[in-house]
Design a protein around this ligand. Structure first.
Ligand SMILES: Cc1ncc(COP(=O)(O)O)c(C=O)c1O
Length: 491
């Protein structure tokens, strides 16, 4: 360990002084954080090819002025120095700067997910969150360890650009049995989750001014990606059968973003007739359909549905898969099933942007699917989440009456409830809930509606239930119901 100190030998300053100034400046500017361990005087002397005496004297000088300290048996560490210089370095541009900077050209609205972690309430009905306690940690640890044992050069080398072949094969097999989608691994591209997949598609196909149809209400993070590449977003209405193909007429979209298995957020399942109509429209309009199957694995009251892509005879559908809901968003793995003509470009783009996902996680996930643990895990969480969903429906009916307007509960990790007219609207109810440590989400707060796309339904709440126990759900909804009733009673 050494430090990159550019020494000028034979210059005006002694070597000792140059070492002293370099470290002092780093401490003052905040470049070296408080408590950073420095190399020993011997290591530094060897690294810089100077005498030990030189580094020793420089360290003594720094210590005497309070920039560093030596802890017996532990080493030498920087110390916190609060000064105007540090403040300036951290909080403002140098005074000689004009303040002007090159313009950022990306039109970027970050999705709501990232800010959420910090603000979590005790009873948080955030919509897409699997229960962190259900992550298959033990199996995952074993599979990671086994993968590492067989890694050979895989961790040192770049992997295939489209992703780990074993994982693509495992996904290919899974899709054919679970989703009726028969595709070889040569059409599968591994991504860092659905969002990465959407970004890749947008980068391939969207240029400024291109029309992209998105469901309304719909997943705003998708619209934001398309918008960031200059797309002209065209909201298309949805009904109980999914997105309305007639809404595409007159728009001439190049891409149609949909969530056919569990429309986000309404939960509508696209009927076969609607799927066929949508495919026909895409053909007539020469558009690609994006099928975002973000939570299609988690189904309760009906048999699994064939993917829209499985019905597609003309390679109009780009299928977006993700393991965020079924396994956990932290593993950051998903995939795209690409029409053959796009695969070459998509693979090229993948290497242009990242050269792929971490090998160990891909290998572990491939083994997780292959050995059957994925299916076992799915069976287990379906049973568990079903009981939570039932608890939420029961609690909502207790509050709102037996005929409460609840939709989208046949699958996934969330449902939508429409508050009756005699209650305050969704925003007011979530404001009442907040001090009770209960987080409820309106369409806008859930990232499911955009004010630019017309007035979102202000009576709908999008409620995720998977990460809460039935008891937690009951307690939270009763708490809110009582508070709303009290609020109603007061003048
Ligand atoms: C509709 C929809 N699509 C995609 C995603 C993003 O998933 P991923 O974590 O795989 O990027 C989400 C996340 O909640 C989602 O709700």
């Amino acid at each position: 360990l050494t430090l990159p100190i550019p020494l000028e030998r034979g210059g005006e300053q002694t070597l000792q002084e140059q070492i002293y100034r370099f470290i002092r400046d780093q401490v003052l500017s905040g470049g070296y954080r408080n408590g950073l361990q420095l190399p020993s005087t011997r290591e530094l002397a060897e690294g810089l090819k100077v005498s030990r005496n030189t580094t020793l004297l420089a360290y003594q000088w720094l210590a005497s002025e309070g920039y560093i300290e030596t802890r017996q048996g532990a080493g030498t560490f920087t110390r916190q120095v609060i000064s105007e210089t540090v403040e300036r370095a951290q909080h403002g541009p140098p005074s000689s700067s004009s303040g002007e900077r090159p313009a950022v050209v990306l039109r970027c609205e970050p999705p709501l997910l990232t800010d959420r972690v910090a603000a979590r309430a005790q009873f948080d009905f955030w919509y897409g969150r699997p229960d962190p306690r259900q992550f298959p940690t033990k199996i995952w640890a074993r599979l990671v360890a086994e993968s590492l044992a067989f890694a050979r050069s895989s961790l040192a080398d770049y992997g295939p650009q489209a992703g780990n072949l074993a994982l693509r094969e495992a996904i290919s097999e899974y899709l054919s049995t679970a989703r009726g989608l028969v595709v070889g691994p040569e059409r599968i591209l591994i991504t860092a989750g659905a969002q990465d997949g959407l970004n890749l598609i947008a980068r391939l196909l969207v240029e400024p001014g291109v029309a992209v149809a998105v469901e309304n209400p719909g997943y705003q993070a998708a619209a934001s990606v398309f918008r960031s590449y200059g797309a002209c977003i065209k909201p298309v209405s949805v009904d109980g059968d999914g997105v309305l193909p007639e809404g595409l007429e007159g728009i001439a979209p190049k891409l149609v973003y949909t969530t056919p298995s569990h429309q986000f957020p309404t939960g509508a399942v696209m009927t076969l007739a609607r799927r066929q109509a949508l495919l026909a429209s895409a053909e007539a309009l020469n558009a690609y359909i994006i099928e975002d199957d973000y939570d299609g694995e988690i189904i309760y009251d009906r048999p699994p549905l064939a993917a829209l892509a499985a019905l597609d005879q003309n390679h109009r559908v780009i299928y977006v898969g993700s393991f965020s809901k079924s396994v956990g968003a932290g593993i950051r793995l998903g995939f795209l099933v690409m029409p053959p003509e796009l695969m070459h470009w998509a693979t090229g783009l993948k290497s242009l942007s990242s050269y792929g996902q971490p090998w160990t996680e891909q290998a572990a996930l491939a083994a997780f699917i292959r050995e059957g643990s994925f299916r076992t895990h799915l069976r287990r969480i379906r049973t568990l989440y079903r009981s939570r969903r039932d608890a939420l429906i029961t609690a909502l009916r207790e509050w709102l009456g037996e005929d409460a307007d609840i939709t989208g509960y046949e699958s996934g990790l969330h449902l939508v409830v429409r508050l009756p007219a005699h209650l305050p609207n969704a925003e007011q109810v979530s404001a009442i809930a907040r001090p009770l440590n209960v987080a409820l989400y309106t369409l806008v707060a859930a990232g499911a509606a955009d004010l630019e796309c017309g007035n979102p339904d202000d009576r709908c709440l999008v409620l995720g239930y998977a990460a809460l126990t039935p008891e937690e759900i009951e307690t939270a909804i009763r708490r809110v119901a009582r508070a709303v009733a009290r609020g109603e009673a007061s003048p």
